[in-house]
Every structure is written in structure tokens, then in C-alpha cells.
Design a protein around this ligand. Sequence first.
Ligand code: FAD
Length: 301
Amino acid sequence: MQMNARGIRVSFEFFPPRNPEMEQTLWQAIARLAPLQPHFVSVTYGAGGSTRERTHATVKRILTETMLTPAAHLTCVAATRTDVDAVVEAYAQAGVRHIVALRGDPLGGVGERYAPHPHGYRNAADLVAGIKRIANLEISVSAYPEKHPDSTDVTADLDMLKGKVDAGASRAITQFFFENDLYFRYLDRVRAAGIAIPIVPGILPVQNFRQTRNFAARAGASVPGWLAARFDGLDDDPATRKLIAAAVAAEQVLDLVERGVTEFHFYTMNRADLAYAICHLLGLRPDPNPAPRLAATEPAQ
Ligand code: FAD
């Protein structure tokens, strides 16, 4: 794992590919980002466990074909404890040592009232406790600087985070945000609530502004007017969009570094270029002596 002179540490998030073309894109991104020696790379779990097999296959391939440390996302929505436990056991047996434990969205989508499966884990804190009972894995959880859309208030959100930490989570990764003050205000509240684990900012380089706005609306994250203004008129100009996206993300992470942040989680959307460029700005450089087992660039047969 690389930590540069400023002590910067990064992780990258990917989603499991749906077809061979997407698989190739993913592995090209992994091959490009791997030499930066991220702390870990995580693989998401599709809504309601819809990518269970694909998430597992991607995590396993990272484990066997690269020197990277994978973290498998896992949700408990719409699943029995037995099913979820079986996934955890399979990961532990495969050598996975890190789970990103989440409740997940209701199957009807955000806005629908969440109800736990009658034989399932009640919430993310309950899931964390369940995972810890099976194996002593490292567990990361979510955190919401702007409050989760389901939460009645900020206090309920902090109570849930505290519950997850008490159950054994050792890191929280935030939902993406674009105003750094939101993150620091949240951090103050987290620390005031006696929660001491790292709260790692989740950074979303804006690959596509329209899509980002849709994600944000679902996630309860705000999109400031200045951000919309920066992408205004660029719908048909991908080259300029990319330059603007790099500038926006660079401004954000460099401000976070100046204000003391040393750990970042990048939502890569399976694309390496923006994340790579921002990491370069953060001072990370590819390892000149790569380990023998490196990420392959061809899809698995
Ligand atoms: P929790 O931490 O359990 O809850 C979030 C907040 O909602 C709590 O603070 C609590 O106040 C409130 N809340 C929870 N339950 C209730 C309730 N019943 N009534 C009222 N308030 C309630 N989703 C996926 O499907 N797959 C993924 O791989 C995935 N990865 C993610 C990674 C990160 C870093 C983040 C931030 C989110 C991710 N999500 C993923 C999205 C996540 O599943 C949704 O945001 C989901 O709605 C909440 O799950 P959670 O674990 O964050 O919830």
C-alpha cells in the first residue's frame, strides 16, 4: 500500500460488470489504478443482492490475479440471515478480509418505506454484528454528511452510525458530496457524538453531470448551483467535460488535504482516468517495482 510524503492513502470503488465489454473496461481500469497501490479496492453489491454472483466473481478475481486487497460490499435488504451468512462465509473461505456492510435500498427504490426481511438482519448495525459473529473481518460502513433520505433527523443518522461502530465497524465511507464544508460540519458532529473511527470522504469524479444529478437526487446529496453552471452547455462536448470534471475534483480533494484529510475513497464508475489524475495531484506515483502478480487486462474466460 502506498502512502506518500503527505500520508495520503486512497481506495477505489468498482461495480461488477454485466457483460464481456464491461468486464474489459473494468479490468483496464484496475490495471491502470493498481500500480498506485491503493489501501483497498471495493466491489459493489447490486440492489437487493442482484449481483451476488458477479460481485463474488469480481472480488475473487481481484484476489487471485492482483496484489490488491479487495473489499466486498454486502447488503442485507430482502435476504434472510441464512443467505447473507452464506455469502459472508464464502468470502471468508475465499480469503476476503474486508466487507463494506450496508442495509441496502428497498426493492421498490428510494422513497419506498424500508422493511427488514422477516428472517433477515434488521439494519446495517445488525448486519455488522452478524458478520463479526462469523469471522473477524475488517468492516467498513456508510456515512451521510447530508443525512440519509430515510433519516428523520441528523441525530437518528448519528445514532445509526454509532450502532454500526459499536457492532464492530472500523471505518465509514461517506456518500459523495461537493461542498467540503458539509463534510467538516458532519465530522464535527460525529466526533462530538464520541465516534472515533475514520470517516473517509467518498469522492465522485463527475464523469457525466446528468447521471450525477440523478444519483444525487436518489442519495439525498445536494448538487450546488456552481457545479451545474460549470457543466452547463457541455452535454455534447465530452472532452471539455472531462477537463472540467478533473478541475472540479482536483479543487475538492486539494482543499480537503489542506484541511487535514489524508484518506480518500474514489467512486470510479469503472473508469481510471479521472481517479488516476486526481491521485497524481495528491502525489501518488505508480510503483516503479511492481509486484509479480499484476492485474490482467483481458476478461476471464
Ligand atoms: P444505514 O446505515 O443502516 O442507514 C442509513 C440511515 O438511514 C441511518 O442513519 C438511519 O438514520 C436511517 N434509517 C435506516 N433505516 C431506517 C428506517 N427503517 N427508518 C428510518 N430511518 C432509517 N447500496 C447497494 O445496494 N449496494 C452497494 O454496494 C452500496 N454501496 C454503498 C457504499 C457507500 C460508501 C454508501 C455511502 C452507500 C452504498 N449503498 C449501496 C447505498 C446504501 O445501500 C443505501 O444508501 C441504503 O439506503 C442505506 O444503507 P446503509 O447501510 O447506508 O443504511
